[in-house]
Write a protein that binds this ligand. Sequence first.
Ligand SMILES: Cc1cc2nc3c(=O)[nH]c(=O)nc-3n(C[C@H](O)[C@H](O)[C@H](O)COP(=O)(O)OP(=O)(O)OC[C@H]3O[C@@H](n4cnc5c(N)ncnc54)[C@H](O)[C@@H]3O)c2cc1C
Length: 313
Amino acid sequence: MDEFLKLVRMRFVKMDKNNVHDREILNLAVKKNLTKQMDCVELCKIVKETAKFNPSVALSLTAHHLALQCLKNHAKRDCFFAFAMTEKVGSDVKSIETLAEDRNGSYVVRGIKNFVTNAEFAEVFVVTAKRGDKVEVFAIERDGVKTERININCFRGCGISRVYIDAKIPKENLLGGLRLAISALIKSRVVLASLSLGIAERCFEIALSRAKRRGLIENRGIRWRFAEMKAEIEILREFISRTARDTNAVNSAICKLKASELAKKLADFAVEIFGARGLIAHTPTEILYRYSKSLDIAEGTCEIMKEIIASTF
Ligand SMILES: Cc1cc2nc3c(=O)[nH]c(=O)nc-3n(C[C@H](O)[C@H](O)[C@H](O)COP(=O)(O)OP(=O)(O)OC[C@H]3O[C@@H](n4cnc5c(N)ncnc54)[C@H](O)[C@@H]3O)c2cc1C
């Protein structure tokens, strides 16, 4: 793991500047078995540590494992996968326009997906599509899609792309119904919360070290704010690790909601402590500030998380 973390740390600024993925990192992830099935607790730990120094690779791993949960027999391959669900309106999973039609013992799947992480290098895509009036989940090989990189300002270098699907696939590539994708998302939101926690912890560490160097920590107002942030990090860490051991829809939504809020809060605080220097392009504070915003959107927005939590009232 040390060799992997060293490499991802070293390459991150280049990935962010150029928005290109790093083949050596992907190969090393496969070689170190990071793309193999693992339990949620272990995955959360790896994603959190990776996120501290390279949130893009952490998101690649998260998206890969989300797809992997759906892939069944197809999951045996040593490569990266992508999970393609979002279309025009990501929050409404039933409003999709991608269609799957029965055609002489096969399915023909056609449609366009947006903001698909790993799309640039994934070899198999887990895709949601409508067959009749039901949303179902299909596995589609790379040769059944074309991708177009999106110039997004966060999570650069993890292949986020628009995906054009036009594929004829065998019947066994029908993986299951919408329930399969939803249950994979429920687990994955805990992993994404760990990614947010990694960003929050890193922001805390760099802000604290700056505050000590500058003597700002002597100021009680600032010291108490660090104390409050520390308390929030500790509480969240406990809740995430509890939910990773025993996941359910509501607790995973709570993890995702609160962790994305905390990542944004800490990234904002880190920039504040650094002053104008905190906004210099491609420095850790600037990057984490930019990246933290999208964490409340990916894998379901904060509003959707609140709807899930409120659905139990
Ligand atoms: C970094 C990143 C990586 C991503 N990776 C992937 C990926 O790998 N695969 C994939 O399929 N998608 C991916 N996405 C897309 C992501 O899942 C969607 O952006 C997300 O689900 C929101 O959909 P949307 O952007 O279409 O926003 P919309 O659904 O259009 O929402 C816009 C606003 O309306 C609000 N809203 C919508 N519906 C409701 C409602 N019922 N009640 C209250 N408020 C509502 C939302 O909360 C939001 O504030 C990624 C996004 C990002 C930023």
